[in-house]
Design a protein. Structure first.
Length: 526
């Protein structure tokens, strides 16, 4: 796709340098001497030693709406006045709460409502709110282990978010901030883990958006903000953690915080150490700093810089129109989120074209992102169909303009999808493996270095939607990394100049998955 930039001359060299330096290939994987030091594995939870813990209510409601409708974004706005601490608890739990626990050796490990690369969960959630029923105005950190909040600041700081470029926060009772605790993921994935900041936060946001839709609350996601202002507000440690995204929940003309800037005092926080020692990856922080905004005006002009796309997608043959969604048969959203996991073994069984159509339609639906004009996207859906009823085995492209699947190549065996995903058998066994791709040069010319965050983040949200919609239609899903240039080459010439952002395999699990639980055990409203 070709885009018209309203802000010519943006610098995006840092993003491209990082992207090229962190590509996977057979050579780079084979030459890596990296190993996992299990004695130095990062702590699973961030905890403040000098802040009191505020228990969240455990009688919060469940998101009971039809899951596919919630994932697609159909909602009726019930109004910001309906938000109280119980609704906040619902949003936090079904976005990032604990749903499973298992013991590996001496360590008890917890799984959460949304997936994370390597099950390391580097994303932390913060709440910036005015006074809502059951909770005073303040800035809070969410602790999923104790299902509690730690109050970092007392008082209404929504004006600070406005000053940092998130003007919608003034007219919303609360804004959620998503941050990355970088070492928690870099311990395993090294410098490439910067990509995971956006994948992992994106899948959490997919859960949040679906849960918000079920609750009838409008939620908008912002990637344009003054980084230093938000990081300071949250008390983040420089070159250890950083803000990734903001989600403004329940914006309403009737809600309006007092505007105006006030000095944000520094915080004296005592936080548990992640590991005995941490390895530094300077390229992560160089890339992140190169894409930071310094002023509110920068954020405002950046949001307008992605012009309408001129899609020059050549038609290929044959094409298969998507079928009607199976949304009427899908379960409640809470059931889907509790069932969702990362499938560890796929049976080599087919999935129906109806199910595939439902997954694609739900995952390609509109995302309320601040940098995306209506009906725009940075992400294209490519996939390898190994075993789909009514679809010949091969590689495919989803044409959003015609809502049809276009065949690119015929495949005679299913080994290619596994090879592209670093040779993992799991993705040869999958019925379908999606590769979400972006024209990075085009996106970066319009959005600058921050466009790299944007493309990776949007891919993460769409991957989260693939996860949720796969479980909603009764199958499983699992995410993967990949050999970058090999993916582009395989889907070319159609995908020439496009880069893979993330891969997700879907298919029939080779085992019966057990539903997760609300941990710790809670009594909730029906």
């Amino acid at each position: 796709m070709v885009r018209i930039s309203l802000m010519a001359g943006k610098d995006f060299s840092s993003a491209l340098t990082y992207h090229e330096a962190t590509k996977h290939s057979e050579v780079s994987i084979g030459a890596s001497a990296h190993y996992l030091d299990w004695d130095n594995k990062p702590a699973q939870f961030k905890e403040y030693k000098n802040l009191a813990s505020i228990a969240l209510p455990r009688n919060f409601p469940r998101p009971e709406k039809n899951s596919i409708k919630a994932i697609e974004g159909e909602t009726k706005d019930v109004g910001a006045e309906q938000i109280d601490v119980e609704v906040l608890s619902e949003l936090l739990f079904f976005s990032a709460g604990l749903t499973r626990k298992m013991r590996f050796g001496k360590e008890l490990n917890y799984m959460r409502a949304a997936s994370a690369t390597g099950a390391l969960y580097p994303i932390e959630l913060y709440v910036i709110c005015g006074r809502i029923h059951g909770l005073e105005a303040g800035v809070y950190h969410f602790n999923p282990l104790h299902f509690s909040l730690a109050k970092l600041r007392e008082g209404d700081y929504r004006a600070a978010l406005d000053y940092a470029g998130s003007s919608d926060s003034l007219s919303a009772p609360l804004t959620l901030a998503f941050t990355s605790l970088a070492w928690r993921n870099a311990w395993k994935y090294e410098a490439r883990s910067y990509r995971h900041w956006f994948w992992d936060s994106g899948v959490v946001v997919a859960n949040l958006l679906a849960t918000s839709n079920s609750a009838g609350l409008s939620t908008r996601v912002a990637l344009g903000f003054v980084d230093s202002e938000v990081d300071r507000l949250l008390g983040l440690e420089a070159k250890k953690e950083a803000t990734v995204a903001l989600a403004v929940v329940g914006a309403s003309p009737a809600e309006r915080a007092e505007s105006g800037h006030k000095t944000i005092p520094s915080l004296a926080l005592e936080v548990n150490r992640l590991s005995t020692e941490e390895v530094e990856y300077p390229i992560i922080w160089e890339t992140n700093e190169a894409s930071q905004f310094k002023t509110k005006s920068e954020t405002e002009s950046w949001r307008k810089s992605l012009g309408p796309s001129k899609r020059t997608v050549p038609l290929t043959a044959p094409a298969f129109p998507l079928r009607e969604s199976e949304e009427a048969l899908s379960p409640r959203l809470d059931e889907v989120i509790l069932l969702r996991g990362s499938t560890r073994k796929f049976a080599r069984e087919p999935i129906s074209f109806d199910r595939l159509s439902t997954i694609i339609r739900a995952s390609a639906s509109k995302i309320p992102l601040d940098f995306l004009p209506d009906n725009e996207t940075l992400i294209d859906f490519y996939f390898i169909g190994n075993d789909v009823q009514g679809l010949p085995p091969g590689s495919y492209f989803y044409n959003m303009n015609t809502e049809s699947i276009e065949q690119l190549k015929v495949l005679r065996n299913r080994s290619m999808s596994g090879y592209l995903c670093l040779g993992q058998q799991l993705f040869s066994d999958a019925s379908v493996v999606f590769f979400l791709m972006a024209d990075l040069d085009s996106a970066l010319k319009s959005l600058g270095n921050r466009g790299y965050r944007s493309a990776q983040f949007e891919a993460g949200v769409r991957a989260g939607k693939i996860y949720l919609s796969s479980y909603a239609v009764g199958i499983g899903a699992s995410g993967s990394t990949f050999f970058d240039d090999a993916v582009t080459q395989f889907f070319s010439p159609h995908a020439n100049a496009k880069s893979p952002m993330i891969a997700v395999g879907v298919g029939v699990p080779a085992y019966t998955a057990r539903s997760g639980k609300v941990l710790p055990q809670m009594t909730m409203k029906s």
